[in-house]
Design a protein around this ligand. Structure first.
Ligand code: FES
Length: 62
């Protein structure tokens, strides 16, 4: 796998993050991720920091 972490903003949707990384949640828990992960950027997800598709229901534009 390419070692460069790639981040792509999906139009009207999440950030698509591809690569190996760790993310620290507000409670201090650390998730290790590998492959493709979608991070919420609309604020509507019930599974933050991950996208749960809530951007579609709420008509997020950005
Ligand atoms: S970007 Fe998908 S729920 Fe926020």
């Amino acid at each position: 796998m390419d070692s460069l972490l790639k981040v792509k903003a999906i139009p009207n949707g999440p950030l698509q993050v591809t690569g190996v990384f760790e993310i620290m949640k507000p409670d201090g828990e650390v998730d290790s991720r590998e492959g493709t992960t979608y991070l919420c950027r609309c604020g509507y997800s019930n599974k933050k920091p991950y996208c749960d598709g809530g951007h579609r229901k709420n008509g997020f534009e950005g």
